[in-house]
Ligand binder design. Structure first.
Ligand code: NDP
Length: 484
């Protein structure tokens, strides 16, 4: 392993870098396996310092007019935007994704901040006159206090912004914990927001292991809510821990989104969507097309088209010109997906392309895995029942819409879904019957700030995005104004 180029003190607390007391976290470039930075990990005491700073800052922040909070956040977000050229390569280096995908991600994070800045100008409440003669009532919204935001490594900035924006506009202060393997972009993001005028202590970052810093955050007595994105097992653990103190939680967890392709679908558009929706971000997205169910009569054409697209994808370093798909984030993640694919093929699936690292010798040191397509693995195989968090797509033939919906719903997950058909009746039926928080009709995996997003079943609890997000960062109180 080569020398480390950069060492960071660790957390960002009360508007300044804070030296953590814990051991170092290693930051590795997934494209070549080289460790290029070390970040000191937060201990429980460091997490306490961050929560105390947030607690101290929150009251003053909450007393500002909501539009003023929006104005301050908007200015800070513009400052981040002015540093896009610095953030994009940093995200690619620590996460692995292409420069293009880093740009899309960070731009989306800024858009989300700005969306809630916009909403801060138009928030209105409910008022009921005449509850009794001369008596009226209104509903007051109050912030929760200090929110802990815990995010994974696949989209460090957007998944943070989804929580930060409604939390701050609603008057909360935030302590965020990025994944142990992607602390750098988040630290710089926080620094830039502070430089752009976000008051000290309103947004703090603690870097560290989930089992230490994450748990310390979840169990801290001054934390009123945990907003979590990550795996279902960790989400369930957090929900159980949050029961002590009746803390609020929102959980954005795993998914295994089905895509249903009917015999009257625009197959060219559907196959592009299957390819993009599966291989984008190297398949490491919660909202991704993870199971395809295609009507038998068009299955061969569809499968040929998706396999051809998978073979054509240019795999390479995220920072290299022309790369369409970068490496997986870690060796462990690659091994996990490789195991799921080989178990499903051993069980009877037909490996149509991929199934291992690409042959390019220049990529041998990175965590690359070739775009993979497997047809008709058994319905109880790993690729059918587990979340596949990498660039491997299973495709099944089905006889009709009923079978497709039955298969789609035979999953513990219920995050996203899509249906491809020109028949409005079929589309509406699928949108009604599929058990998931989102259904795209002739469209795929794009999340809109305007619409609430959140999973059903084991995919989570609560909503992000939309005005609905405010419901998860506030308490409401009914106030009655008496007659005298
Ligand atoms: P994990 O659940 O392992 O980690 C997510 C975050 O939680 C990390 O910051 C992690 O820290 C932290 N963490 C781990 N253990 C604990 C703990 N005991 N207490 C508190 N925090 C903890 O998820 P992955 O890293 O595996 O991320 C991928 C998962 O995230 C996939 O299942 C994917 O579907 C899901 N996801 C869901 C999305 C959604 O919106 N529904 C969006 C994106 C991803 P550390 O890094 O130190 O382990």
């Amino acid at each position: 392993m080569s020398t480390v180029e950069t060492t960071y003190a660790g957390s960002f607390i009360a508007g300044a870098q804070h030296r953590n007391a814990g051991d170092s976290l290693e930051v590795v470039n997934p494209a070549d396996g080289r460790r290029f930075a070390e970040v000191a990990a937060a201990s429980a005491a460091d997490v306490d310092a961050a929560v105390q700073a947030a607690h101290k800052a929150q009251r003053t922040w909450s007393e500002l007019a909501v539009s003023k909070r929006g104005e301050i956040l908007g200015r800070a977000a513009h400052h981040v935007e002015e540093h896009l050229d610095e953030l994009i390569p940093l995200l690619t280096r620590e996460q692995g994704k292409t420069l293009r995908d880093s740009k899309i991600e960070i731009t989306k994070a800024i858009d989300t901040l700005m969306h809630y800045v916009g909403l801060s100008k138009s928030l209105r409440g409910a008022h009921t006159p005449n509850l009794d003669p001369g008596v009226e009532g209104y509903v007051l919204r109050r912030p929760l206090g200090v929110v802990g935001a815990i995010v994974p490594w696949n989209f460090p900035t957007t998944l943070l912004a989804n929580k930060l924006a409604p939390a701050l506009v609603a008057g909360n202060a935030v302590v965020a914990k990025p994944a142990a393997t992607t602390p750098l972009t988040t630290l710089r993001f926080a620094e830039l927001l502070a430089e752009g005028g976000l008051p000290e202590g309103v947004f703090n970052v603690v870097t560290g292991q989930g089992s230490v810093a994450g748990e310390a955050l979840v169990t801290h007595e001054k934390i009123r809510k945990i907003a979590f994105t990550g795996s279902t097992p960790v989400g369930e653990r957090i929900m159980a821990q949050a029961a002590r103190g009746t803390k609020r939680v929102t959980l954005e967890l795993g998914g295994s989104d089905p895509m249903i392709i009917c015999d009257d679908a625009d197959l060219a558009a559907a196959s592009s969507a299957a390819s993009m929706g599966r291989f984008y971000n190297c398949g490491q997205a919660c909202l991704a097309i993870k199971r395809v169910y295609v009507f038998e009569s068009v299955a061969d054409e569809m499968i040929e088209s998706v396999v051809a697209k998978a073979k054509r994808l240019k795999v390479g370093r995220g920072d290299a010109d022309g790369t369409q798909m970068g490496p997986m984030h870690t060796e462990a993640q690659r091994a996990e997906v490789a195991g799921q694919v080989s178990r499903s093929v051993d069980a009877g699936g037909d490996l149509r392309t991929g199934g291992g690292p690409p042959e390019d010798a220049d990529l041998a040191d990175g965590f690359f895995y070739a775009p993979t397509v497997v047809t008709d693995p058994p319905h109880d195989s790993a690729m059918a029942v587990e979340e596949v968090f990498g660039p491997a797509l299973p495709i099944w033939r089905v006889k009709d819409l009923d079978e497709a919906i039955e298969r789609a719903n035979a999953s513990q997950f219920g995050l996203g879904s899509s249906v491809w058909t020109r028949d409005l009746k079929r589309a509406r039926e699928a949108a009604t019957r599929i058990e998931a928080g989102y259904t795209w009709i002739n469209s795929r995996t794009k999340v809109y700030d305007e619409l609430p997003f959140g999973g059903w079943k084991s995919s989570g609890y609560g909503k992000e995005h939309g005005e609905e997000a405010f419901d998860f960062y506030t308490e409401t109180k009914s106030v009655v104004l008496g007659a005298s």
